[in-house]
Design a protein around this ligand. Sequence first.
Ligand code: HPA
Ligand code: ZN
Length: 334
Amino acid sequence: MDPLNLIKILPKAELHLHIEGSFEPELMFEIAQRNKVSTRFKSVEEVREAYNFHNLQSFLDIYYEGANVLIHERDFYDLTMAYLKKCQEDNVVHTEIFFDPQTHTSRGISFETVFKGIQGALLDAKKEWGMSSHLIMCFLRHLSEEDAFKTLKESLPYKEHIIAVGLDSSELGHPPTKFERVFKAARDEGFLTVAHAGEEGPVSYIKEALDLLKVSRIDHGVRSLEDDELVERLAKEKMPLTVCPLSNIKLCVFKKLADHNLKKLLDRGVLVTINSDDPAYFGGYMNENFSQTAIALNLSQAEIKLLAINSFTASFLPGATKESWVEKINQLSL
Ligand code: HPA
Ligand code: ZN
């Protein structure tokens, strides 16, 4: 089967997606207008032209700026529903969504507003087309440990609906050690943990995330290939990496997709998954990430299928549900 058709028909889970990063300029303009918030951009085209990044920080500056127009529960609902519809188009049947409460609470928007808006859309997608989802609350690592503790406390009334905590934003200079205590407190409250590590930051950050934050997955982790022992450990422990190929190109982690190390990681037995990270900013949702990567790295049918299987294996779905998706994939006549 043609790889692009295969990618379309494979059910997939997305495990690395920042909801604020799915904010398309068209919706941003619509919400800015209805909230009477002004932005420095005059048109959708002007916004898109500004999406030329040279590293993570140059992206984050504009990503936080875009999120400023989100004020009401309905705004968070619309943002989330727009992403979930993209999932439906791409045959993403399960998603584990990051949200950044501090981006909003620091502007005076309540945790409750953010949570209820997102959760409302997740419940409607479940009801309307049976899509499943989990929420992962990220701490912004450029902010203090104290601020993270405050956010953890604010999340407790909703903890039954948030499966894990994560760590995102500016990686360099903000190692996992900074958040060791707040992650311990989160685990004691029953949250699973994940962390961005080894996107721009060194291999030591990946090891700290494993050993100190006790993560169940590493987000990105592409720099792990610099350390043979670490690669062996990741493979042996079946520690998933949520890799985001188009993001890595846009943020200049790799020069071009053909240079990406995803296939090398797969060949070394690492449980790699493909994800879109911030699709509105990086030029593509799930199938676009799969397709462009499959072409650039000349992935085989078996490798594409394995990536779809890995997306369920690495998810936080119950064991029986994972198995049933894997079985469905194995039964597809290709
Ligand atoms: N890395 C770190 N922080 C982020 C990212 C990312 O890729 N996307 C949104 N916040
Ligand atoms: Zn990310």
